[in-house]
Design a protein around this ligand. Structure first.
Ligand SMILES: *[C@@H]1O[C@H](CO)[C@@H](O)[C@H](O)[C@H]1NC(C)=O
Ligand SMILES: *[C@@H]1O[C@H](CO)[C@@H](O)[C@H](O)[C@H]1NC(C)=O
Length: 343
């Protein structure tokens, strides 16, 4: 049979392989931090965006001229494949000149580069991690690129790889730029002040750390996904004061969602009446686990689900929804003409 040295060698080899295989899962992940050089890069970018935008900061004056038409900047924030790009392609089809696409992809992730309208739309990105201020930085980079790239970008919609459109492009465009409803030209961002989790989240970086810039009474929470107008996008990239606090690492990772607080808190301080306090992105928090909302699978996709997700208790509609798993692409494409983009 086998000689003892052989068995020993084999056992050693096996245990080493197993160790290598499982080590990344055993060791706690190293946290992504924002280095001083990242910070300098961002500041230069934000400075450039401020400079190019100061000449025409007012969305209202821009809209007074109906030609050329204003555009919507779609800001894709992702750390995986943009599985739903074929669905978005259908959504954008026929509307050139009315939108721009910008993608922030975590550079540590390798993906199959999307083609078509998404090709070459990647901005210079840095690493991102949940529960850290890196998601704020990524969103601000996207806003800055949109501001610099095209002065006709008047709305900036933050989208994740799990988001889908709930209506046609035309419906969305008409809704956002209609001057007749009460939300005309406001920013669509959820801003809440009476959530039970707020006290814990306020002290996630330490007890008095947020003072004096952010007293507890001014601390807000809201959905990570928003649609900001140009004026507010500029407010966000110009901010240094709140960023100084929100960029600090959390001590309590269970209560750490900086991107859900930074934008609502800042905009509520700067221009509460210019915001609807409502997010256009429907999300299902029923039965959420580990801070993740309910994720819809392929079997859930139906016309009925789309109609249900569109239902809103407010006078504002839902234009996007999340989260959808990659397998939902085909069933969504199947109902795209007959349901999703019918209006
Ligand atoms: C929300 O998710 C729950 C499961 O967590 C599900 O039972 C419910 O039907 C979902 N609601 C909608 C509107 O899809
Ligand atoms: C609308 O209100 C009903 C009743 O309060 C609630 O069950 C439902 O989840 C709400 N829908 C949304 C989209 O918030």
């Amino acid at each position: 049979m086998f000689s003892t040295p052989f068995v020993l060698c084999f056992a050693l080899f096996l245990s080493l392989s197993l160790l290598l295989l499982f080590t990344p899962r055993i060791l706690p992940p190293k946290h992504v931090t924002i280095s001083p050089s990242d910070e300098i890069d961002d500041l230069a970018l934000f400075h450039q965006a401020t400079k190019t935008s100061t000449h025409n900061p007012s969305i209202v004056s821009h809209l007074a001229t109906t030609n050329p038409k204003p555009k919507i900047a779609f800001l894709f924030l992702t750390n995986s494949d943009l599985t739903f790009s074929p669905l978005w392609e259908k959504f954008f089809h026929g509307h050139v000149q009315l939108y721009n696409i910008y993608i922030h992809l975590d550079p540590s992730v390798k993906i199959t580069p999307p083609g078509g309208l998404f090709e070459g739309r990647f901005i210079k990105a840095k690493r991102t991690e949940r529960g850290s201020p890196t998601l704020i930085s990524a969103a601000r980079r996207l806003l800055a690129h949109g501001l610099i790239d095209d002065s006709r970008n008047m709305y900036f919609a933050l989208i994740s790889q799990h988001c889908i459109p709930l209506h046609s492009f035309q419906f969305m465009y008409n809704y956002l730029f209609s001057k007749t409803h009460k939300s005309a030209l406001k920013s669509f961002i959820e801003i809440l002040s009476n959530e039970p989790t707020l006290p814990d989240r306020y002290v996630a970086r330490g007890k008095h750390v947020m003072l004096p810039e952010v007293p507890y009474e001014r601390f807000r929470v809201g959905s990570q996904f928003f649609v900001l107008n140009r004026r507010h996008s500029l407010v966000v990239i110009k901010d240094r004061r709140l960023w100084r606090k929100f960029k600090l690492p959390c001590l309590n990772l269970d209560s750490c969602y900086p991107e859900e607080h930074y934008f609502p808190t800042l905009l509520d301080m700067k221009d509460p009446n210019g915001c609807t306090h409502f997010t256009l992105t429907r999300v299902n928090w029923t039965g959420s686990t580990g801070g993740h909302p309910h994720t819809y699978g392929p079997g859930d996709v139906s016309a009925e689900l789309v109609y249900k997700l569109r239902e809103s208790n407010s006078s504002y509609p839902f234009l996007f929804a999340r989260k959808f798993s990659p397998g939902c692409l085909d069933p969504l494409l199947q109902i795209s003409d007959s349901v999703l983009f019918r209006d």
